[in-house]
Design a protein. Structure first.
Length: 203
């Protein structure tokens, strides 16, 4: 084989290797971008019951009412008990409502939890606006500590005009709580020094 043919073969191999590297790099970038892009899509469209985030209360309140149901679920090894103070709240569409979830760490170790949430029926998620929510941040709880975790919200008045939601009289806000690992360690192990005794504090 001539040196010219060898040189041509080497160039093809290098081009193929570069193309494969670019493909792999592109797939890695897309995998990192997929989650935030999907989350953005869900926030904009309310897809899958994803709620919206509002900076202020609604400037319009309708006479029509809607009942909001509240529930909570635990996932993984998080040793918490979390319950809403009420399971139902009836309010006018556009009216600001507040519900407090009471969380208790039932273990003798400090833990950190976080939550995901959704609204059902899914079409209602686009109109469910949260002004304040514990779900926006991670929540630490010391051993046997109890905390009040409020969510402040309203249902957008446009809810009453959308053909997919205007006939709904009840919607459900559901949270699922997960453990957060501290420095890669088991979340059931102590992550902070906490004084003896329990206290109740707002989050």
């Amino acid at each position: 084989m001539s040196s010219e043919h060898k040189s041509s073969g080497n160039r093809r191999q290098k081009a193929t290797a570069l193309a494969l590297f670019a493909l792999v790099a592109g797939m890695v970038c897309l995998s990192f971008a997929a989650v935030p892009l999907y989350n953005m899509f869900c926030r904009v469209t309310g897809y899958g019951g994803t709620t919206q985030r509002a900076e202020a209360a609604s400037d319009q309140v309708l006479d029509r009412t809607v009942t909001v149901r509240f529930d909570s679920n635990m996932s993984g090894s998080l040793p918490w008990s979390v319950k809403p103070e009420q399971t139902r709240l009836k309010l006018r569409i556009g009216e600001t409502g507040t519900m407090v979830y009471v969380a208790r760490n039932t273990s003798d170790a400090a833990t950190i939890g976080t939550s995901t949430f959704n609204v059902s029926p899914p079409a209602a998620g686009y109109y469910f606006n949260k002004i304040q929510c514990f779900c926006f941040t991670e929540q630490p709880l010391g051993p046997n500590e109890t905390a009040d975790m409020p969510v402040v919200f309203f249902v957008d008045p446009a809810f009453a005009e959308d053909k997919d939601t205007r006939d709904l009289s009840e919607i459900t806000l559901s949270y699922t709580f997960f453990p957060v690992e501290a420095d890669g360690e088991d979340p059931a192990r102590p992550v902070a020094s906490v004084p003896d005794g329990s206290d109740k504090r707002p989050l």
